[in-house]
Design a protein around this ligand. Structure first.
Ligand SMILES: [Zn+2]
Length: 185
């Protein structure tokens, strides 16, 4: 297994909508294993393919180390479609692509989604609490949306200088990253 570098805020891949997976090739299965390895290595609880520069609708989840995730096995979600969202709650979120920044985000408390697993079997499942939140955060990634886009413009202004530092790659982290090649605004 290989650990993949994580694309930092500023990379265009994080602002791009990922494509549906039509067929899974052996390379894709290896890629999914690498995604799990990468998430583990960076202590993440979720990782979307965009975050490692691959524009496919694949995300991995592992909340087993979290206090709310005891007994929940890590799993992969391919081509997710949100069918229903209910309730709302606020929790502080962070993101491996935006290290060092944490902020309260309001999301649905309960979601029903349709998705495929690594064998391309279709599932219709309902998730709530932390799992629902992580899944929605990662589905946002597949749609080119970052959690900071859920914040008020006032809050985003407060984070501006920190975001610029991340764009420049001036962050202290213990996992390998890809820094944006884009010019700073
Ligand atoms: Zn994220």
């Amino acid at each position: 297994m290989t650990t993949l570098p994580i694309y930092l805020f500023g990379n265009i891949e994080l602002k791009t909508v990922a494509k549906k997976v039509v067929k899974l090739y052996p390379d894709d299965l290896q890629f999914i294993k690498n995604m799990f390895e990468t998430m583990k290595n960076s202590n993440g609880i979720g990782l979307a393919a965009n975050q490692v520069g691959v524009l496919k609708q694949i995300l991995v989840i592992d909340i087993s180390e979290h206090e709310d995730g005891e007994g929940v096995k890590p799993f992969v979600i391919i081509n997710p479609v949100v069918k229903k969202q209910q309730g709302s709650w606020v929790m502080e979120e962070g993101c491996l692509s935006i290290p060092g920044i944490r902020a309260d985000v309001e999301r649905a408390e309960k979601i029903s989604i349709k998705y495929l697993d690594e064998l391309f079997n279709e599932h219709h499942k309902t998730f709530s609490g932390l799992l629902a939140r992580v899944i929605l955060h990662e589905i946002d990634h597949l749609n080119g949306i970052l959690f900071i886009e859920h914040l008020t413009s006032k809050k985003r202004k407060e984070l501006r200088s920190e975001l610029i530092n991340i764009k420049k790659g001036e962050v202290k982290i213990n996992y390998s990253v890809v820094v944006s090649k884009q010019k700073l605004e």
